[in-house]
Design a binder for this molecule. Sequence first.
Ligand code: PLP
Length: 390
Amino acid sequence: MSEKKKFETDAIRTQTPITDEREHSTPIYMTSSFRFDSAEQARALFANEIEGNVYSRYSNPTTDEFIDKMCKMEGAESGVATASGMAAVFSSLAALLSQGDHVLASRSLFGSSHQILSQILPRWGISFTYADTDDTNRWEELVQPNTKMLFLETPSNPGLDLIDLEWAGEFAEAHNLINMVDNCFATPYLQRPMDYGADVVQHSATKFIDGQGRAIGGVIVGKEKYMEEISFFSRHSGPALSPFNAWLFSKSLETLPIRMERHCDNAEALAEFLGEHPKVNFVKYPFHKDHPQSDLAKKQMKRGGGVVCFEVEGGLNGAKSFIDKISMISRSANLGDTRSIVTHPASTTHSKLTEEERQAVGITPGLVRIAVGLEHKADIISDVEQALNG
Ligand SMILES: *Cc1c(COP(=O)(O)O)cnc(C)c1O
């Protein structure tokens, strides 16, 4: 029964063993703890002599199903689910790094990941350096004797910059670095960093994994050696995901492949439209011909993903006026929802960065991000068109 199945089948058929009730869909095990048949069983469970659930901060059957699916989809050995994407990022960093360690990170990281590296970890003596994703030749000289980890995000939020995962795998191995990738934008359906040598992969499940804008959550999967440390950290520090949210995410994963196909269809069509529009200075979408790394995107991603960035003419005022004229698409700060969402990164998600930091990652005042949803593409494009022309 454990023969390898196709991605779509694993997304649906990976299931916690059914109970005597013969349920078809896995129940939500909303229980904080589990009963022991005897004092001896309790002792053996705590001593790790037998396997079984004890307490939902450590493990829970609904949460385990979500983790098992993510492991299969990413090609990972084990995983930990967390209460948010940031809990996944923080737990991985805190579990794997110690005082005196250094992190080499791709410059265009998610806003809160940047805050962890720049504001929180330095208090514990952990330093970092940013490197540009399009100039990997320079990374060599940025490695320090205490560099322990590569922390990458590709495609990045919101600039959609890519990093060559095959190069990163070789680089990390040559320098003996833990290779950690935030795979939130691509999802394992479009890109599997572990196939290129990544050691740890994390996600904000809030985004495409839930896919319906309902719940906050995260997940970390990877090689056993590292996941052991992360599991230990998570078990005792407690960022555990609620079984209810795990159930939502596991159900959502059943439709991840078909949803991602539609997100990509719609995003491609929108990027094409924007690329031709006179009021758009530039469009950035991994599979669009104007993206400077579109060849790399086609090498390591199945399709371009569900997020499109572009700069409207008129700078900050141009962007604000465009966003205010939007009628159907939601003004919100999320992405990966069925509903298309428009965001102004410079004044919202990335407002905590300094002007120079934003400049360095291409977040100009006129940059707009659209997380393209699953509405009909004609309606999405028509809303964008009227807002540009209005
Ligand atoms: C949203 C996001 C996160 C953080 O996830 P939360 O679920 O909001 O905590 C981390 N990385 C990327 C790339 C994201 O888009």
